[in-house]
Design a binder for this molecule. Sequence first.
Ligand code: NAD
Ligand code: MG
Length: 339
Amino acid sequence: MINMYYDRDADLAVLEAKKIAILGYGSQGHAHALNLNDSGMNVRVADRKGSKAWERARKDGLELGTVAEVSQWADVIMVLLPDQYQKEVYDREIAPHLKPGDTLAFAHGFNIHFKQIVPPDEVNVMMIAPKGPGHLVRRTYLDGKGVPCLFAVHQDPSGQTKALALAWTRGIGGTRAGAIETTFKDETETDLFGEQAVLCGGSAELIKAGFETLVEAGYPPELAYFECLHEMKLIVDLYYEGGLSLMNYSVSDTAEYGGMTRGSRIITDQTRAEMKRILRDVQNGEFAKEWIKENADGQPEMKKLRAATQAHGIEQVGVRLRKMMSWLNAGQAKIEVSG
Ligand code: NAD
Ligand code: MG
């Protein structure tokens, strides 16, 4: 059985004594920075000078500087930059400012586990990984709740790193929901496998295949969209709240029986064998090698695949249908800004 940690297991005082740098004011960065700041911690943030995130941090009233400036000042440095840029920024702007006894922190284990970043032995290394996107980490904190977190200690010359990780988790609201201790290895491997096989890869292909099947059979794409994509959220919300059983309880008996008898014809032994191969490539570092090379080459495959997704029929009809639901326009605006 795994240990769960709550507010009572975490002492904020160990973090209160530290100067905290949050590098990157994006999804996770803004949430960690604002929550820790509201929890009374001494926080400074960094982003690219003049970027949108930089302006947002300034408006939010936080102390702000470049990565190098803030890293030099801090004793605890949380790296919340995109994973593929962390090594480069670390080598150039963080490593030169690390002192013995400092703590380096991450929200995902990729760069430490795959040895892209190898901190000096005298530096503590920890991870606090909220199991949810940054905007939820912020919103739940403001509501007096929190997002469950994983935490891990990779190296601990001070003997204090677990206490520090727990204090951080408490400071961002995580121990209100519960925190689980893990390792960089387990967090990295389960996270990569989950997003590839189930969450991002598996679910997107399932949705596309269902949509294509209906459209090719002559049904209107609008119907296929609602059936295969839109309603997915209603089902996932039930999983989230009460597991598979609540889903079965809430849908009609016809849906429950049809699903239970047909689902295993979709996810077959062949699918399971492929899942094992995907997991093996995560474990043996093949995927990491491929992704590091893809970034070094300027993401050519990524750009192709992204364009193909945007051109898919379900995306065309989706843009139109979501316009009818004015409360969903914020999501569209996000894609247009970032895209
Ligand atoms: P993000 O893309 O939302 O934000 C990254 C920020 O870094 C941006 O504001 C960007 O301007 C800034 N940045 C990029 N390059 C920079 C540079 N050279 N110098 C200074 N600033 C720079 O990233 P994110 O999704 O918050 O991910 C951060 C970390 O958190 C990653 O390790 C990720 O795996 C982890 N994580 C993310 C989520 C999530 O839901 N987004 C959940 C758990 C863990
Ligand atoms: Mg993840």
